[in-house]
Design a protein around this ligand. Structure first.
Ligand code: NAI
Length: 209
């Protein structure tokens, strides 16, 4: 399989969400046109994205919903439960610790860490008591953590990312508005990027004329 561009990977994750909805409704077959209309994109885009994985559909019939969902889960690495920790028990850390769709998608939050003594020892979500960030390395090594979420102020994010990398975490989701210097894969989440992208789209769209 050739290297898949990131925008395609992002769309695959969205296709999978649509396929899961169809599976829940008991729908067995879906055409590229139907998938495209669920996402408001062109059906040629769907076919092009899915063609990375060989001939998955049947001409005139469409895609087998269960089979395609299985293939996309495999491609996205969702055949296992990913072990996740959250650094920062603030607004974002709390919201994520309580976000049930993470676990439904095979991302299991194992622990939340903070430096604030007023938060340490308190329950932040069902079954999750905030731990002292001093325990970070020990916990990561003992529990084989895969992914860490940085929901801490920007000025401490890099130091924590380096500690995570050294202790064996495989990837980071970074909410802090900064660029990390670690070598492990990082996905940056910045809501302002979406606002700016939308602003650009509005400014350049025909609705604006
Ligand atoms: P918050 O202030 O509510 O929570 C931050 C938490 O990090 C606090 O509990 C604090 O005690 C803890 N903390 C500080 N130093 C630490 C350390 N060394 N180790 C462990 N924990 C530590 O902040 P909030 O609102 O949850 O935001 C978190 C980060 O996300 C900030 O950097 C903020 O700028 C950013 N942010 C990003 C957004 C995005 O779209 N990506 C949106 C909103 C905020």
């Amino acid at each position: 399989m050739s290297k898949i561009p990131k925008p395609v990977i992002r769309r695959l994750a969205v296709y999978l969400r649509c396929l899961s909805e169809l599976e829940e409704k008991g729908i067995k077959l879906v055409s590229s046109k139907q998938l495209a209309s669920m996402l408001h994109i062109k059906d040629s885009q769907v076919r092009k994205d899915l063609s990375y994985f060989g001939n998955l559909g049947h001409r005139g019939i469409g895609y087998d919903v269960k089979g395609l969902a299985r293939k996309l889960r495999e491609v996205l690495g969702l055949y296992k439960i990913w072990s996740v920790i959250i650094l920062g028990a603030g607004n974002i850390g709390r919201a994520l610790a309580n976000h049930r769709r993470l676990e439904q998608n095979n991302f299991k939050v194992k622990a939340v860490f903070d430096i604030d003594k007023r938060k340490i020892g308190k329950q932040i979500a069902p079954g999750l008591i905030v731990k002292n960030v001093d325990e970070l390395e020990h916990f990561v090594r003992q529990n084989g953590v895969d992914i860490a979420v940085l929901a801490v102020p920007a000025d401490v994010a890099n130091e924590l990312a380096n500690r995570l990398e050294i202790s064996g975490v495989k990837g980071i989701i970074c909410f802090a508005p900064t660029t990390l210097s670690c070598k492990i894969p990082v996905e940056y989440v910045d809501i302002t990027v979406f606002f700016k992208t939308l602003a650009h789209t509005i400014v350049n769209s025909s609705y604006n004329i």
